[in-house]
Design a protein around this ligand. Sequence first.
Ligand code: GDP
Ligand code: MG
Length: 256
Amino acid sequence: MSEGILMALAGNPNSGKTTLFNELTGARQQVGNYPGVTVEKKEGVCRRGGAEIRVVDLPGTYSLTAYSEEERVARNFIIEQRPDVVVDVVDASNLERNLYLAVQLMELGVPVVLAFNMSDVAKARGLEFDLAEMSRLMGVPIVPTEGHKGKGIDELVAAARKAGADPASCRPAEIRYGPDLEQAIERMAGKLQGQSPMATPRHLRWSAIKLLENDAEVKAKIGAPEIHSRVASEQQRLEALLGDTPEMLIADGRYG
Ligand code: GDP
Ligand code: MG
């Protein structure tokens, strides 16, 4: 499988992830568990258009916090296994809630392709999307699909292969949180240099955001007490200045 790529399928529960996984992999599937947890892990191989793609069906989640095992499994898989591409299966008839996960996947800095699934349901409800403009704004390819009919699968595979083979062709837009939060994020990211095993600027930024959000798992990975006291003082300062906790402000920013 030397030239094969690794694709992770992410998405909200009921967005059609398993349906697309089955379409992609057919009978070539294995079911197991993620190490140390009871969350089911489904893996398969997709052979379409001459490509061989290892496909992992991540647990369905609405977010990527550390509050649930599913969310921790999904994000740790992405951080640790570094899939070549993450296909986010979006329920196009329920876009706002589904895009909340999409922006968090984009924030992880991996190539993301959006599968606009349930596009038949969206259409039946009279919803119309300017996919080219959305794709331009978000910096990620968007492919409409109808999982239960196998529609759009070839186009999805082609977009995923392209993004996986040439990550520069897929640059997820960075979510900006406004000047006060951005300054705090930048200061925290600076402090984290040399403290974090993930040292790329995008990951330092991600860790800084997660610390300001009070993410228990990221906090537990930081040993240096001065980082923890710095996080606490930044949080207090932001709350006094902006009248809300950084956790709430960051969630608002993502919804925006
Ligand atoms: P998961 O929770 O994300 O794994 O979702 P499933 O793959 O189990 O799909 C949930 C339901 O949606 C199933 O009944 C599928 O047959 C159905 N489904 C999947 N994709 C589509 C689609 O594009 N359009 C419609 N109308 N139904 C779909
Ligand atoms: Mg499923």
